[in-house]
Design a protein around this ligand. Structure first.
Ligand code: 2HA
Ligand code: ZN
Length: 270
C-alpha cells in the first residue's frame, strides 16, 4: 500500500520527528501502555492532490466547535496505540485527519482508519486556540513524566510558580530552554472538555508546558521535538531535586539574582 507520505519529504520529515519522540517517551518510561498522545498540525504540507483524497471514515463529532480549524489537517496518534509501536510504525499507530467544514467533526484521510487519541478534544481545542492567537506552534504533546507527576502529588508544589521556580533553580538551562515555566491544572477527568478548557487557560496564562495534577504534562511547541525538549529539561531539574533529597539534603538552588541574570542574558520573558 502506498503512503500519503510518499514523495512528500517535508511532510514525511514531520512524521519522522513524531516517531523519534515517541521512541524517547517509551525509553524514558513516560509512556506505559497507550499512555500519552501527540498531534501535529500538518496543514502547511497539504497539496491539491491531498485535498482531492476521499475520506476513509465517516465524519466523527469532536464534541466541540473549533472555528479556527477550518481547513486544518493533523497527524494524530491513534487511541489505544502504544508509543513504542508508533516509534517504529507511525502510520499504523496514528492517522491523518482533516476537520470538516462545520469545524465540529473530523474525518480520517490516510493511511489506515486509525481512530485518533482519546485526548483529541484537548489537543484540537489547543490547536484552535494557538491559531486564534497567531502562534507559530504546530505540535502538542501529552505524556506522563515520572518525576514531574510524582511532584504533583505535593499540594505545596501546585501553588502558582512554586514548581516553576524550584525547577528553574536546579540548573541554568531549565530557565533558558523552558522560559515560561510550568503551569498547573488541578486534577480533572482525563479526556474531558473541562480539562481541555483548563489547559487552554493555563497556556493563555503564558505557559508552554502545563502540569495535569497526578496525571502528566501537556506541552506545545514549534514542532514535536521542541515540545519534547521542554518537558525533558523540566524533568531533568526534577531528577536533580530528587537526587539531592535522596542524598539527605534540600538543594540550595540558584539564587533569584542568578536566575534574573539568566533572563537578562538570554532575553527571556519572565
Ligand atoms: O491517551 O494518556 O490521558 C492516553 C492518555 C490519556
Ligand atoms: Zn494521560
Amino acid at each position: 500500500m502506498t503512503s500519503i507520505l510518499e514523495n512528500r519529504p517535508a511532510f514525511a520529515a514531520e512524521v519522522d520527528k513524531v516517531a523519534e519522540v515517541a521512541g524517547y517517551l517509551w525509553q524514558k518510561g513516560w509512556a506505559e501502555r497507550n499512555g500519552g498522545n501527540i498531534t501535529v498540525n500538518i496543514t502547511e504540507h497539504v497539496d491539491d492532490a491531498m485535498k482531492a483524497l476521499p475520506a476513509i471514515s465517516e465524519p466523527v463529532a469532536i464534541g466541540l466547535t473549533l472555528p479556527n480549524l477550518n481547513g486544518c489537517w493533523f497527524y494524530c496518534k491513534g487511541t489505544n496505540k502504544r508509543m513504542r509501536d508508533l516509534a517504529r510504525r507511525p502510520m499504523e499507530n496514528g492517522s491523518i485527519i482533516r476537520i470538516t467544514d462545520d469545524c465540529a467533526h473530523y474525518e480520517i484521510v490516510a493511511d489506515d482508519p486509525v481512530k485518533p487519541t482519546s485526548e483529541l478534544p484537548s489537543h484540537l481545542a489547543v490547536h484552535n486556540y494557538l491559531i486564534g492567537k497567531g502562534s507559530p506552534y504546530k505540535a502538542s504533546l501529552h505524556t506522563h513524566p515520572i518525576e514531574l507527576v510524582a511532584m504533583s502529588h505535593n499540594p505545596e508544589f501546585l501553588k502558582k510558580d512554586v514548581l516553576t521556580n524550584l525547577l528553574w533553580s536546579m540548573i541554568p538551562e531549565t530557565k533558558a530552554f523552558c522560559p515560561r515555566g510550568l503551569g498547573i491544572v488541578p486534577y480533572m477527568l482525563p479526556s474531558s472538555n473541562e480539562l481541555a478548557e483548563a489547559t487552554i487557560r493555563a497556556i493563555d496564562d503564558d505557559y508552554d508546558v502545563v502540569m495535569w495534577e497526578k496525571h502528566g504534562v501537556f506541552a506545545v511547541g514549534d514542532d514535536i521535538i521542541e515540545a519534547f525538549d521542554m518537558v525533558d529539561t523540566l524533568t531533568k531539574s526534577a531528577i536533580i531535586y530528587m537526587y539531592a533529597r535522596a542524598m539527605g539534603f534540600i538543594p540550595d538552588g540558584m539564587s533569584q539574582a542568578q536566575m534574573q541574570e539568566i533572563s537578562k542574558v538570554f532575553n527571556l520573558p519572565k
